[in-house]
Design a protein around this ligand. Structure first.
Ligand SMILES: Nc1ncnc2c1ncn2[C@@H]1O[C@H](COP(=O)(O)OP(=O)(O)OP(=O)(O)O)[C@@H](O)[C@H]1O
Ligand code: NI
Length: 378
């Protein structure tokens, strides 16, 4: 897991967003608190017995590619032409093995790809605001207020010199225009919301006085403080004990649902996504290889790699063996052409050797990047 400072406890910038966007965002926050607000709906369609409601997009990523140059070797393409649309009220789960590019995607959205990474192409649009065109100062302001990311390993995220209460309160003070007193009160309420016991005492504690789980909840409190429009959690809840994790997920869910925000939920725990995410994307080798409504994904996973992930999760070695080769048998040499997963896939045929599969429709609201998806196409 790559970790760096993503939260804004220490941000001192008072830069403001372009006025038109701020007003629009404020208006949307208000509208979105009304259940089923028509302002947040752009189209409705009825399909069979399910009502599909297309909601306004909060985050649109198009053709995002990130490369890490490597001296004396071919550059490492970590993200390859990623396009994603995350509508208001949606929690999109993102799963995939270590090194598949999940954290890089999260950081690219935040405008924080670590050096020597280069964003080769792509646009990131947050509620019609093109983040790629903003200067650093404005982007920092957006990051603290409208866009926030929670990461694991909270100690490196918090300043050791300030009490946790002050760090949370600073965010409200700087971004929400509250008085010190109001910001402190909001910080205290947020600490309660993330289930920190004995809040008054914890408010005045320094980060080193907190347990790891408690510090993680402080990070979450900071990230949620300004009710951001778009939230990224990069494995930020997995270190919490099960009950606290459930409460924190519940809190995030409420924020997303009631305020019309949306969320990218990166996790290694595919089981959590079944209950928590509306939609699920699977990454492999820097590409999205399957994306589907959660129900559809769990009912009919289409990519052999997704089946492998699910079989690993359900401890079903027979299922795993049926669809995929043992990774140890796989040559590390994966050519540029063809399907990047073919060396690990028992279904691979000649076409997979030569033709890179596109992400195409598998069934309703379910796309897969595979020439021969499991179960065939609908
Ligand atoms: N700072 C960096 N310098 C060079 N290469 C990097 C850097 N950060 C990431 N990479 C490359 O990007 C690839 C993807 O990394 P990333 O952290 O996005 O994976 P991930 O899916 O988040 O994995 P994990 O589940 O372990 O967190 C890595 O395999 C590595 O090759
Ligand atoms: Ni990661």
């Amino acid at each position: 897991m790559t970790v760096s400072v993503h939260v804004s406890a220490g941000v001192t910038s008072k830069a403001t967003l372009p006025v038109s966007n701020l007003q629009k965002n404020e208006a949307l926050v208000t509208n979105a608190s009304v259940p089923n607000s028509h302002e947040s709906l752009t189209a409705q369609a009825i399909s069979g017995d399910t009502m599909l409601v297309e909601k306004k997009s909060i985050m649109t990523i198009s053709d995002l590619s990130v490369v890490f140059p490597a001296y004396g070797k071919a550059p490492n393409r970590v993200l390859k032409h990623i396009s994603l649309d995350i509508p208001s009220g949606e929690i999109l789960g993102l799963v995939g093995e270590s090194g598949s590019g999940k954290t890089t995607l999260a950081r690219a959205i935040m405008g924080m790809v670590p050096a020597p990474g280069i964003v080769e192409s792509g646009r990131i649009i947050l509620d019609e605001l093109d983040l790629s065109t903003l200067d650093d100062k404005v982007l920092r302001a957006v990051r603290g207020k409208e866009l926030s990311m929670m990461v694991p390993n909270p100690r490196s995220e918090l300043s050791p010199l300030l009490t946790v209460g002050k760090q949370i309160s600073n965010v409200a003070y700087q971004h929400l225009g509250l008085t010190r007193k109001e910001a402190d009160a909001k910080a205290l309420a947020m600490l309660k919301a993330v289930q920190i016991p004995d809040v008054e005492r914890r408010f005045n504690a320094y980060p080193h006085e907190l347990s790891g789980g408690m510090a993680q909840r402080v990070i979450i409190a900071i990230a949620l403080m300004c009710s951001p429009r778009f939230i990224i959690s990069d494995d930020a809840t997995s270190g919490l004990d099960v009950t606290v994790q459930a409460q924190v997920l519940d809190l995030m869910n409420t924020l997303v649902r009631d305020r019309g925000a949306s969320m990218l939920f990166v996790t290694r725990d595919i089981g959590v996504t079944a209950h928590f995410c509306n939609r699920l994307a699977v990454m492999y080798g820097g590409e999205i290889v399957e994306i589907a409504d959660t129900n559809s994904f769990f009912a009919r996973p289409a990519h052999p790699y997704s089946v492998m992930l699910l079989s690993a999760f359900s401890h079903n070695p027979t299922l795993r063996a049926k669809w995929t080769k043992n990774p140890e048998e796989v040559s590390a040499q994966v050519a540029v052409e063809g399907c990047p997963f073919r060396h690990r896939c028992v279904r691979a045929r000649e076409k997979c050797e030569v033709e890179h599969p596109g992400l195409t429709k598998f069934r309703e609201r379910h796309e897969v990047r595979c020439h021969y998806p499991v179960g065939g196409r609908a």
